[in-house]
Design a protein around this ligand. Structure first.
Ligand SMILES: C[S@@+](CC[C@H](N)C(=O)[O-])C[C@H]1O[C@@H](n2cnc3c(N)ncnc32)[C@H](O)[C@@H]1O
Length: 418
Protein backbone atom coordinates (compact mmCIF):
# COMPACT_ATOMS: atom_id res chain seq x y z
CA UNK A 1 0.00 0.00 0.00
CA UNK A 2 1.61 3.32 -1.06
CA UNK A 3 2.23 5.95 1.62
CA UNK A 4 -0.11 8.96 1.97
CA UNK A 5 2.17 11.65 0.56
CA UNK A 6 1.86 14.32 -2.10
CA UNK A 7 2.89 13.48 -5.67
CA UNK A 8 2.98 15.80 -8.64
CA UNK A 9 1.98 14.72 -12.08
CA UNK A 10 0.60 15.56 -15.51
CA UNK A 11 -2.90 14.51 -16.57
CA UNK A 12 -2.49 12.54 -19.78
CA UNK A 13 -6.16 11.81 -20.46
CA UNK A 14 -9.52 11.16 -18.87
CA UNK A 15 -10.36 7.46 -18.83
CA UNK A 16 -13.71 5.81 -19.58
CA UNK A 17 -14.87 5.91 -15.97
CA UNK A 18 -14.22 9.67 -15.76
CA UNK A 19 -10.99 9.42 -13.74
CA UNK A 20 -7.94 11.44 -14.80
CA UNK A 21 -4.97 9.33 -15.89
CA UNK A 22 -2.03 11.06 -14.19
CA UNK A 23 1.58 10.45 -15.12
CA UNK A 24 3.80 10.79 -12.02
CA UNK A 25 7.47 9.98 -11.48
CA UNK A 26 6.29 6.78 -9.75
CA UNK A 27 4.01 5.67 -12.55
CA UNK A 28 0.40 6.16 -13.60
CA UNK A 29 -2.24 7.08 -11.00
CA UNK A 30 -6.01 7.23 -11.55
CA UNK A 31 -7.75 10.11 -9.81
CA UNK A 32 -11.07 11.96 -10.10
CA UNK A 33 -11.04 15.72 -10.70
CA UNK A 34 -8.27 16.28 -13.29
CA UNK A 35 -8.43 17.35 -16.93
CA UNK A 36 -6.09 16.59 -19.85
CA UNK A 37 -2.98 18.80 -19.88
CA UNK A 38 -3.28 19.83 -16.22
CA UNK A 39 -0.46 19.64 -13.70
CA UNK A 40 -1.77 18.38 -10.36
CA UNK A 41 -0.71 17.44 -6.89
CA UNK A 42 -2.32 14.31 -5.54
CA UNK A 43 -2.25 12.00 -2.58
CA UNK A 44 -1.85 8.28 -3.16
CA UNK A 45 -4.69 6.46 -1.43
CA UNK A 46 -4.18 2.84 -2.47
CA UNK A 47 -4.70 0.64 -5.47
CA UNK A 48 -7.66 -1.05 -7.04
CA UNK A 49 -7.58 -3.84 -9.64
CA UNK A 50 -3.85 -3.29 -10.10
CA UNK A 51 -4.10 0.49 -10.69
CA UNK A 52 -2.71 3.08 -8.26
CA UNK A 53 -5.46 5.43 -7.03
CA UNK A 54 -5.07 9.01 -5.90
CA UNK A 55 -7.03 11.92 -4.47
CA UNK A 56 -6.64 15.42 -5.93
CA UNK A 57 -4.97 17.83 -3.53
CA UNK A 58 -4.34 20.84 -5.78
CA UNK A 59 -4.51 21.81 -9.42
CA UNK A 60 -1.12 23.41 -10.04
CA UNK A 61 -1.74 24.37 -13.67
CA UNK A 62 -5.42 24.32 -14.64
CA UNK A 63 -6.57 23.66 -18.21
CA UNK A 64 -8.08 26.67 -20.01
CA UNK A 65 -11.24 24.54 -20.38
CA UNK A 66 -11.66 24.06 -16.61
CA UNK A 67 -15.00 25.41 -15.26
CA UNK A 68 -16.47 25.97 -11.82
CA UNK A 69 -19.04 23.11 -11.60
CA UNK A 70 -22.60 24.44 -11.39
CA UNK A 71 -23.47 21.77 -8.79
CA UNK A 72 -22.35 22.26 -5.19
CA UNK A 73 -22.23 18.47 -4.64
CA UNK A 74 -20.23 17.64 -7.80
CA UNK A 75 -17.02 16.48 -6.07
CA UNK A 76 -18.79 14.56 -3.27
CA UNK A 77 -21.33 12.85 -5.55
CA UNK A 78 -18.96 11.83 -8.36
CA UNK A 79 -21.80 11.15 -10.83
CA UNK A 80 -20.83 14.06 -13.11
CA UNK A 81 -17.01 13.94 -13.32
CA UNK A 82 -16.89 16.09 -16.48
CA UNK A 83 -18.85 18.98 -14.96
CA UNK A 84 -15.49 20.68 -14.33
CA UNK A 85 -14.83 20.88 -18.10
CA UNK A 86 -16.21 23.13 -20.86
CA UNK A 87 -18.74 21.49 -23.22
CA UNK A 88 -16.05 21.47 -25.94
CA UNK A 89 -13.64 19.55 -23.75
CA UNK A 90 -16.38 17.16 -22.62
CA UNK A 91 -17.01 16.40 -26.26
CA UNK A 92 -13.32 15.85 -27.01
CA UNK A 93 -12.99 13.48 -24.05
CA UNK A 94 -16.04 11.45 -25.02
CA UNK A 95 -15.05 11.28 -28.68
CA UNK A 96 -11.71 9.85 -27.52
CA UNK A 97 -13.61 6.99 -25.78
CA UNK A 98 -15.29 6.08 -29.07
CA UNK A 99 -12.08 6.49 -31.09
CA UNK A 100 -10.24 4.20 -28.61
CA UNK A 101 -12.99 1.57 -28.83
CA UNK A 102 -12.52 1.33 -32.61
CA UNK A 103 -8.81 1.93 -32.93
CA UNK A 104 -7.15 -0.31 -35.51
CA UNK A 105 -10.38 -2.10 -36.34
CA UNK A 106 -11.26 -2.54 -40.02
CA UNK A 107 -12.92 0.59 -41.42
CA UNK A 108 -12.27 2.80 -38.38
CA UNK A 109 -9.42 4.81 -39.88
CA UNK A 110 -11.63 5.85 -42.84
CA UNK A 111 -14.70 6.63 -40.72
CA UNK A 112 -15.12 10.06 -39.20
CA UNK A 113 -16.78 10.25 -35.79
CA UNK A 114 -20.04 12.19 -36.14
CA UNK A 115 -21.41 13.90 -33.06
CA UNK A 116 -24.91 14.64 -31.77
CA UNK A 117 -25.02 17.16 -28.96
CA UNK A 118 -27.58 17.42 -26.19
CA UNK A 119 -29.55 20.69 -26.57
CA UNK A 120 -29.77 20.83 -22.75
CA UNK A 121 -26.59 20.44 -20.71
CA UNK A 122 -28.50 20.50 -17.40
CA UNK A 123 -32.07 19.51 -16.57
CA UNK A 124 -32.14 16.83 -19.29
CA UNK A 125 -32.40 13.54 -17.41
CA UNK A 126 -35.86 11.92 -17.40
CA UNK A 127 -35.12 8.97 -15.11
CA UNK A 128 -32.96 8.47 -12.05
CA UNK A 129 -32.06 5.62 -9.74
CA UNK A 130 -31.69 6.73 -6.13
CA UNK A 131 -31.18 4.79 -2.94
CA UNK A 132 -32.03 5.23 0.70
CA UNK A 133 -30.41 4.28 3.96
CA UNK A 134 -32.91 4.98 6.73
CA UNK A 135 -33.89 8.65 6.29
CA UNK A 136 -31.03 9.51 3.91
CA UNK A 137 -32.04 9.62 0.25
CA UNK A 138 -29.31 10.09 -2.37
CA UNK A 139 -27.21 8.40 -5.04
CA UNK A 140 -25.28 5.23 -4.35
CA UNK A 141 -21.54 5.72 -4.58
CA UNK A 142 -19.86 3.91 -7.46
CA UNK A 143 -19.09 0.23 -6.63
CA UNK A 144 -20.40 0.75 -3.09
CA UNK A 145 -23.58 0.37 -1.04
CA UNK A 146 -23.08 3.77 0.60
CA UNK A 147 -25.67 6.44 -0.10
CA UNK A 148 -24.44 10.02 -0.66
CA UNK A 149 -27.09 12.59 0.31
CA UNK A 150 -27.46 15.20 -2.45
CA UNK A 151 -28.94 18.69 -1.98
CA UNK A 152 -30.32 18.95 -5.50
CA UNK A 153 -29.44 17.10 -8.70
CA UNK A 154 -29.39 19.68 -11.47
CA UNK A 155 -29.05 17.25 -14.39
CA UNK A 156 -32.58 15.96 -13.71
CA UNK A 157 -35.62 17.42 -15.46
CA UNK A 158 -37.60 19.77 -13.24
CA UNK A 159 -40.45 17.34 -12.33
CA UNK A 160 -37.89 14.77 -11.07
CA UNK A 161 -36.22 17.41 -8.90
CA UNK A 162 -39.60 18.38 -7.49
CA UNK A 163 -40.44 14.72 -6.86
CA UNK A 164 -37.11 14.18 -5.09
CA UNK A 165 -37.89 17.10 -2.74
CA UNK A 166 -41.26 15.52 -2.07
CA UNK A 167 -39.65 12.15 -1.26
CA UNK A 168 -37.55 13.85 1.39
CA UNK A 169 -40.51 15.65 2.90
CA UNK A 170 -43.11 12.86 2.71
CA UNK A 171 -41.27 9.54 2.80
CA UNK A 172 -37.89 9.96 4.48
CA UNK A 173 -39.21 10.06 8.07
CA UNK A 174 -41.00 6.71 7.56
CA UNK A 175 -38.35 4.73 5.65
CA UNK A 176 -36.70 1.72 7.34
CA UNK A 177 -33.41 0.01 6.41
CA UNK A 178 -32.30 0.41 2.81
CA UNK A 179 -33.68 0.25 -0.68
CA UNK A 180 -33.77 1.67 -4.19
CA UNK A 181 -35.99 4.31 -5.73
CA UNK A 182 -36.54 4.81 -9.44
CA UNK A 183 -38.00 8.10 -10.65
CA UNK A 184 -39.26 8.17 -14.21
CA UNK A 185 -40.92 10.98 -16.11
CA UNK A 186 -44.31 10.30 -17.64
CA UNK A 187 -46.58 12.51 -19.81
CA UNK A 188 -43.64 14.99 -20.01
CA UNK A 189 -44.53 16.55 -16.66
CA UNK A 190 -45.29 13.99 -13.96
CA UNK A 191 -43.23 11.33 -12.26
CA UNK A 192 -43.73 7.63 -11.52
CA UNK A 193 -42.01 6.61 -8.27
CA UNK A 194 -40.93 2.99 -7.83
CA UNK A 195 -39.64 1.97 -4.36
CA UNK A 196 -37.96 -1.36 -3.68
CA UNK A 197 -37.29 -1.90 0.01
CA UNK A 198 -34.77 -4.46 1.23
CA UNK A 199 -36.67 -4.75 4.50
CA UNK A 200 -40.26 -4.82 5.67
CA UNK A 201 -41.67 -1.33 6.15
CA UNK A 202 -43.83 0.34 8.78
CA UNK A 203 -47.52 1.10 8.05
CA UNK A 204 -46.64 4.84 8.17
CA UNK A 205 -44.71 4.44 4.90
CA UNK A 206 -47.82 3.12 3.14
CA UNK A 207 -49.78 6.17 4.37
CA UNK A 208 -46.94 8.46 3.27
CA UNK A 209 -46.93 6.90 -0.25
CA UNK A 210 -50.64 7.60 -0.51
CA UNK A 211 -50.10 11.26 0.45
CA UNK A 212 -47.13 11.53 -1.96
CA UNK A 213 -49.34 10.29 -4.78
CA UNK A 214 -51.80 13.13 -4.19
CA UNK A 215 -49.18 15.71 -5.27
CA UNK A 216 -49.70 17.10 -8.81
CA UNK A 217 -46.12 16.15 -9.83
CA UNK A 218 -46.56 12.48 -8.86
CA UNK A 219 -48.51 10.27 -11.26
CA UNK A 220 -48.15 7.05 -9.29
CA UNK A 221 -46.17 5.16 -6.67
CA UNK A 222 -45.22 1.48 -6.39
CA UNK A 223 -43.80 0.04 -3.18
CA UNK A 224 -42.24 -3.43 -3.04
CA UNK A 225 -41.10 -4.52 0.37
CA UNK A 226 -38.62 -7.19 1.47
CA UNK A 227 -39.59 -10.31 3.41
CA UNK A 228 -42.85 -11.41 1.85
CA UNK A 229 -42.23 -9.36 -1.31
CA UNK A 230 -45.48 -7.48 -0.76
CA UNK A 231 -46.27 -4.91 -3.46
CA UNK A 232 -48.68 -2.01 -3.29
CA UNK A 233 -49.39 0.80 -5.72
CA UNK A 234 -51.19 4.12 -5.85
CA UNK A 235 -52.26 6.19 -8.86
CA UNK A 236 -51.05 5.61 -12.44
CA UNK A 237 -47.82 3.59 -12.43
CA UNK A 238 -47.46 3.05 -16.19
CA UNK A 239 -45.25 5.50 -18.06
CA UNK A 240 -45.98 7.33 -21.31
CA UNK A 241 -42.90 8.39 -23.29
CA UNK A 242 -42.72 10.41 -26.49
CA UNK A 243 -40.37 8.42 -28.72
CA UNK A 244 -39.35 11.19 -31.11
CA UNK A 245 -41.64 11.41 -34.11
CA UNK A 246 -42.41 7.67 -33.85
CA UNK A 247 -45.25 8.34 -31.40
CA UNK A 248 -46.20 7.93 -27.77
CA UNK A 249 -45.02 4.70 -26.14
CA UNK A 250 -46.54 3.27 -23.00
CA UNK A 251 -44.86 0.85 -20.65
CA UNK A 252 -44.69 -0.47 -17.11
CA UNK A 253 -43.04 1.83 -14.54
CA UNK A 254 -39.81 -0.16 -14.25
CA UNK A 255 -39.25 -0.65 -18.00
CA UNK A 256 -36.14 0.78 -19.64
CA UNK A 257 -36.39 4.21 -21.26
CA UNK A 258 -33.58 6.34 -22.74
CA UNK A 259 -32.45 9.04 -20.30
CA UNK A 260 -32.57 12.17 -22.46
CA UNK A 261 -35.70 12.76 -24.58
CA UNK A 262 -34.22 15.29 -27.01
CA UNK A 263 -31.16 13.14 -27.74
CA UNK A 264 -33.30 10.00 -27.92
CA UNK A 265 -35.32 11.65 -30.68
CA UNK A 266 -32.11 12.00 -32.72
CA UNK A 267 -30.96 8.49 -31.80
CA UNK A 268 -34.20 6.94 -33.09
CA UNK A 269 -33.91 8.89 -36.32
CA UNK A 270 -30.28 7.79 -36.79
CA UNK A 271 -30.93 4.11 -35.98
CA UNK A 272 -33.69 3.92 -38.57
CA UNK A 273 -31.66 5.88 -41.16
CA UNK A 274 -28.53 3.73 -40.73
CA UNK A 275 -30.49 0.46 -40.66
CA UNK A 276 -32.03 1.34 -44.06
CA UNK A 277 -34.90 -1.05 -43.29
CA UNK A 278 -37.00 -0.33 -46.40
CA UNK A 279 -38.02 -3.70 -47.85
CA UNK A 280 -35.54 -5.54 -45.59
CA UNK A 281 -35.90 -8.48 -43.21
CA UNK A 282 -34.89 -6.91 -39.92
CA UNK A 283 -34.00 -8.48 -36.57
CA UNK A 284 -34.08 -6.08 -33.64
CA UNK A 285 -32.50 -7.28 -30.38
CA UNK A 286 -33.11 -5.69 -26.94
CA UNK A 287 -36.23 -3.89 -28.19
CA UNK A 288 -37.58 -2.79 -24.79
CA UNK A 289 -41.02 -1.21 -25.12
CA UNK A 290 -40.41 -0.39 -28.80
CA UNK A 291 -38.28 2.78 -28.91
CA UNK A 292 -36.75 1.80 -32.30
CA UNK A 293 -39.24 -0.96 -33.17
CA UNK A 294 -42.00 1.44 -34.15
CA UNK A 295 -39.79 3.31 -36.66
CA UNK A 296 -38.21 0.13 -38.05
CA UNK A 297 -41.61 -1.55 -38.46
CA UNK A 298 -42.84 1.32 -40.61
CA UNK A 299 -40.40 0.38 -43.41
CA UNK A 300 -39.19 -3.21 -42.94
CA UNK A 301 -40.69 -5.96 -45.09
CA UNK A 302 -40.52 -8.18 -41.98
CA UNK A 303 -39.42 -7.35 -38.46
CA UNK A 304 -38.63 -9.75 -35.60
CA UNK A 305 -37.98 -8.03 -32.25
CA UNK A 306 -36.56 -9.78 -29.17
CA UNK A 307 -36.62 -8.70 -25.53
CA UNK A 308 -36.16 -10.68 -22.32
CA UNK A 309 -38.59 -8.69 -20.14
CA UNK A 310 -42.10 -10.09 -20.71
CA UNK A 311 -43.76 -6.88 -19.46
CA UNK A 312 -41.74 -4.81 -21.96
CA UNK A 313 -42.67 -7.27 -24.76
CA UNK A 314 -46.33 -6.92 -23.88
CA UNK A 315 -45.97 -3.12 -23.91
CA UNK A 316 -44.09 -3.20 -27.23
CA UNK A 317 -46.83 -5.30 -28.85
CA UNK A 318 -49.52 -2.91 -27.60
CA UNK A 319 -47.55 0.14 -28.77
CA UNK A 320 -47.15 -1.31 -32.26
CA UNK A 321 -50.84 -2.18 -32.43
CA UNK A 322 -51.95 1.26 -31.21
CA UNK A 323 -49.70 2.97 -33.78
CA UNK A 324 -50.82 0.63 -36.57
CA UNK A 325 -47.44 -1.08 -37.11
CA UNK A 326 -46.65 -4.73 -37.56
CA UNK A 327 -43.80 -6.86 -36.13
CA UNK A 328 -43.26 -10.19 -34.41
CA UNK A 329 -42.16 -9.34 -30.85
CA UNK A 330 -40.97 -12.24 -28.75
CA UNK A 331 -39.75 -12.85 -25.22
CA UNK A 332 -36.29 -14.35 -25.52
CA UNK A 333 -32.56 -14.12 -25.10
CA UNK A 334 -30.97 -11.76 -27.60
CA UNK A 335 -27.87 -13.96 -27.60
CA UNK A 336 -29.97 -16.77 -29.10
CA UNK A 337 -32.31 -14.99 -31.52
CA UNK A 338 -34.95 -16.81 -33.56
CA UNK A 339 -33.32 -18.55 -36.53
CA UNK A 340 -33.92 -16.94 -39.88
CA UNK A 341 -32.41 -14.97 -42.74
CA UNK A 342 -32.04 -11.32 -41.80
CA UNK A 343 -30.68 -8.50 -43.96
CA UNK A 344 -30.20 -6.11 -41.06
CA UNK A 345 -29.67 -6.62 -37.32
CA UNK A 346 -30.17 -3.77 -34.84
CA UNK A 347 -28.98 -4.32 -31.27
CA UNK A 348 -29.03 -2.14 -28.16
CA UNK A 349 -27.74 -4.19 -25.22
CA UNK A 350 -27.28 -3.11 -21.61
CA UNK A 351 -23.75 -2.22 -20.48
CA UNK A 352 -22.65 -5.88 -20.50
CA UNK A 353 -22.77 -5.79 -24.30
CA UNK A 354 -23.45 -8.79 -26.54
CA UNK A 355 -20.36 -11.01 -26.33
CA UNK A 356 -22.24 -14.30 -26.54
CA UNK A 357 -24.14 -13.13 -29.62
CA UNK A 358 -20.94 -12.43 -31.55
CA UNK A 359 -19.09 -15.46 -30.24
CA UNK A 360 -21.81 -17.90 -31.19
CA UNK A 361 -23.13 -18.69 -34.66
CA UNK A 362 -26.49 -16.99 -34.01
CA UNK A 363 -25.96 -14.35 -36.68
CA UNK A 364 -25.16 -16.85 -39.43
CA UNK A 365 -25.72 -16.52 -42.30
CA UNK A 366 -24.43 -12.99 -41.77
CA UNK A 367 -26.72 -10.02 -42.29
CA UNK A 368 -25.60 -7.21 -44.63
CA UNK A 369 -25.64 -4.61 -41.88
CA UNK A 370 -25.31 -4.53 -38.10
CA UNK A 371 -26.46 -1.39 -36.31
CA UNK A 372 -25.06 -1.46 -32.80
CA UNK A 373 -26.28 1.03 -30.15
CA UNK A 374 -24.03 0.97 -27.10
CA UNK A 375 -23.95 2.73 -23.73
CA UNK A 376 -20.54 1.32 -22.75
CA UNK A 377 -17.46 1.82 -24.90
CA UNK A 378 -15.50 -0.93 -23.09
CA UNK A 379 -17.92 -3.71 -24.04
CA UNK A 380 -18.49 -2.06 -27.41
CA UNK A 381 -14.74 -2.33 -28.12
CA UNK A 382 -14.75 -6.04 -27.25
CA UNK A 383 -17.84 -6.76 -29.37
CA UNK A 384 -16.53 -4.79 -32.35
CA UNK A 385 -13.36 -6.88 -32.27
CA UNK A 386 -15.51 -10.03 -32.40
CA UNK A 387 -17.72 -8.68 -35.20
CA UNK A 388 -14.83 -7.47 -37.35
CA UNK A 389 -13.09 -10.85 -36.90
CA UNK A 390 -16.20 -12.33 -38.59
CA UNK A 391 -15.78 -10.24 -41.71
CA UNK A 392 -17.52 -6.94 -40.91
CA UNK A 393 -16.02 -3.48 -41.13
CA UNK A 394 -17.07 -0.22 -39.53
CA UNK A 395 -18.64 2.31 -41.88
CA UNK A 396 -20.45 4.79 -39.59
CA UNK A 397 -19.64 6.03 -36.08
CA UNK A 398 -21.84 8.47 -34.19
CA UNK A 399 -21.46 9.68 -30.60
CA UNK A 400 -24.60 10.94 -28.84
CA UNK A 401 -24.19 13.14 -25.78
CA UNK A 402 -27.09 11.47 -23.98
CA UNK A 403 -25.62 12.21 -20.53
CA UNK A 404 -23.89 15.64 -20.47
CA UNK A 405 -21.55 16.28 -17.50
CA UNK A 406 -21.08 12.53 -16.91
CA UNK A 407 -18.47 10.24 -18.47
CA UNK A 408 -21.19 8.13 -20.12
CA UNK A 409 -21.54 8.09 -23.87
CA UNK A 410 -24.17 6.61 -26.16
CA UNK A 411 -22.62 5.35 -29.40
CA UNK A 412 -24.04 4.14 -32.67
CA UNK A 413 -21.84 1.99 -34.90
CA UNK A 414 -22.78 0.53 -38.25
CA UNK A 415 -20.91 -2.50 -39.50
CA UNK A 416 -21.21 -3.84 -43.01
CA UNK A 417 -19.94 -7.06 -44.57
CA UNK A 418 -16.64 -6.88 -46.43
C1 LIG B 1 -30.42 -0.47 -23.31
S1 LIG B 1 -32.02 -1.17 -23.17
C2 LIG B 1 -32.65 -0.74 -24.77
C3 LIG B 1 -34.15 -0.83 -24.96
C4 LIG B 1 -34.68 -0.15 -26.21
N1 LIG B 1 -33.90 -0.47 -27.39
C5 LIG B 1 -34.76 1.36 -26.03
O1 LIG B 1 -34.10 2.10 -26.78
O2 LIG B 1 -35.51 1.80 -25.14
C6 LIG B 1 -31.68 -2.85 -23.27
C7 LIG B 1 -32.86 -3.77 -23.24
O3 LIG B 1 -32.36 -5.11 -23.42
C8 LIG B 1 -33.07 -5.99 -22.60
N2 LIG B 1 -32.18 -7.14 -22.41
C9 LIG B 1 -31.10 -7.24 -21.61
N3 LIG B 1 -30.49 -8.43 -21.78
C10 LIG B 1 -31.20 -9.11 -22.70
C11 LIG B 1 -31.06 -10.39 -23.29
N4 LIG B 1 -30.08 -11.21 -22.97
N5 LIG B 1 -31.96 -10.75 -24.22
C12 LIG B 1 -32.97 -9.92 -24.58
N6 LIG B 1 -33.15 -8.69 -24.03
C13 LIG B 1 -32.27 -8.28 -23.11
C14 LIG B 1 -33.40 -5.18 -21.37
O4 LIG B 1 -34.53 -5.71 -20.69
C15 LIG B 1 -33.67 -3.79 -21.96
O5 LIG B 1 -35.03 -3.63 -22.27
Amino acid sequence: MPSKRGEQGEVRAVGRGGDAVVETSNGVVLMPGGLPGERVELMLIGSKRGAARGRLMRVLQPAAERREPPCADAARCGGCPLMIASPEMQREIKQSFLADACRELPGAADTEIEWVDSPAKLGYRRRARLAWHWDTIGYRQLHSKRVTPIGECIVLVEPLREAWDALRAYLAPSLRGGGEIQLQLTDAERVVVDLRADDDQRPELFDACERLCELPVVAGVTLRTGGDGHAASWGETRVAIQAGTSGLLEGPGGAFSQANDRVNEKLIEAVVRLAEPLGMRVLELHCGIGNFTVGLAEQASALVAVERDPLAVDACQRNLKRLGRNARVTVGDANRPPKGRYDVVVLDPLRQGAKALFEGGALLPGPKRLVYVSCDTATLARDLRLATAKGYHIDRLIGFDMFPQTAHLESLVRLVRD
